[in-house]
Design a protein around this ligand. Structure first.
Ligand code: CO
Length: 302
C-alpha cells in the first residue's frame, strides 16, 4: 500500500469523525431548544430530564452525560433523582446537555431564567459569543480567559473562577486544553482540529463554587476486580457508558446505594458532587462546542 492511499484513508477517517461531531451538535441544538421550552414554573425536573434524554435517542444520538439541571446557586452536576418530585419555582435554571455519536461529543448549555434576572443570563451569553468570535488556531487560551472575564465583569458580575471549558475526545468528556473563564498566567495555544467546549459561568456571588452534599452522577475510572456480587453486577451494568458520566437514576441494579459505595471505595467509579456558589447567589451559564480552524471555528451546537 503506497503512502498516497494511506493519506487518503486518513483524510476520509477524519472527515467521518468531523461528520459525527457535526451530527451530534445538530441533534443537541434541537434538543436544547425544545428542552428549554419545557422549563416553566411548576414543571417537574424529572419529566424535563426524561423529555430531553428521550428526544436525544429519538433523533439518533445517545446522551453523552445525564442532563444537568442546576438551579440558582447550583452551578453544575445537579440531575434529578429516581422518583424525584421537585418542580421549578422562580429559579435560574441551567440546562447542560450532551450528545454523542460513537463517542464523538457535543456539549451545550443554556440558562432559562424564571427568576427575573435577565442581565445575568446575558452576561454569560455575551462572554460565550465574544470567545467564539475570538477563537482560531494559534490563540492562547489565556486570551480567551481575559475576554470572558472582561465581558462578564462589564455587566457587573463575576465569572466563576474554578469552572472552565474543556477539550473533548472520543468517549472523553473532559480532556485538555481547559478554557479558563478568568485571566491566567500561562495558557496553551489552540490547534486546528481541536474540539473544545467553551462555557462561561456568571454570578452575583463570590465567583467560586464548592462541592455540595448530593451526588447523582458518576463515571468509571478503573477496572480493578471486586468481589461483592451486587457491586460486580453494577459494574457490568455501567460498562455500557464506557468512560462517560451516568446518572444513578439510569441504573437498575439491586442494592444500588451499597453497590455504588463499594465501587467508589474500590476505585472503580468516581462521583461528580453538585457544585454550588454561596447560599442565595445566582449562577448563569452558556456553552457551545466548537471545532478550531485556521481562521475561526465551526460551532457544532449552534
Ligand atoms: Co462542558
Amino acid at each position: 500500500m503506497d503512502d498516497k492511499l494511506d493519506e487518503n484513508q486518513m483524510l476520509e477517517e477524519i472527515d467521518q469523525i468531523i461528520e459525527k461531531y457535526i451530527t451530534a451538535g445538530k441533534i443537541l441544538s434541537k434538543v436544547r431548544e425544545e428542552t428549554a421550552k419545557q422549563v416553566t414554573v411548576g414543571a417537574s425536573l424529572f419529566e424535563v430530564a426524561r423529555f430531553s434524554e428521550d428526544m436525544i435517542r429519538e433523533l439518533g444520538g445517545e446522551p453523552a452525560f445525564p442532563i444537568n439541571i442546576s438551579c440558582n446557586e447550583e452551578a453544575a452536576h445537579a440531575t434529578p433523582k429516581k422518583d424525584d418530585t421537585q418542580v421549578f419555582g422562580e429559579d435560574m435554571v441551567k440546562l447542560d446537555i450532551g450528545v454523542h455519536i460513537d463517542g464523538y461529543i457535543a456539549d451545550t448549555a443554556k440558562t432559562v431564567d424564571l427568576s427575573g434576572n435577565p442581565e445575568l443570563v446575558e452576561a454569560a451569553e455575551a462572554a460565550l459569543e465574544a470567545a467564539i468570535k475570538a477563537i482560531h488556531a494559534g490563540i492562547n487560551t489565556a486570551e480567551l480567559g481575559v475576554i470572558i472575564n472582561d465581558t462578564i465583569t462589564g455587566f457587573g458580575y463575576k465569572p466563576v473562577a474554578n469552572l472552565t471549558g474543556h477539550g473533548l475526545a472520543q468517549y472523553m468528556q473532559h480532556v485538555p486544553p481547559s478554557i479558563p473563564n478568568i485571566p491566567i498566567d500561562k495558557g496553551v495555544t489552540l490547534e486546528v482540529g481541536q474540539v473544545v467546549a467553551i462555557e462561561p459561568f456568571a454570578t452575583n456571588g463570590q465567583g467560586h463554587v464548592n462541592e455540595g452534599a448530593s451526588t447523582e452522577i458518576y463515571h468509571i475510572v478503573g477496572t480493578r476486580p471486586i468481589r461483592a456480587p451486587a457491586a460486580r453486577a453494577l459494574l457490568k451494568e455501567i460498562e455500557a457508558y464506557q468512560t462517560l458520566p451516568f446518572a444513578k437514576r439510569w441504573l437498575n441494579s439491586k442494592h444500588l446505594d451499597f453497590a455504588l459505595l463499594q465501587l467508589e471505595k474500590n476505585g472503580n467509579i468516581s462521583s461528580y458532587p453538585v457544585l454550588k456558589e454561596e447560599n442565595g447567589a445566582l449562577v448563569s451559564q452558556a456553552e457551545h462546542t466548537v471545532i478550531v480552524e485556521e481562521d475561526g471555528c465551526t460551532v457544532t451546537t449552534r
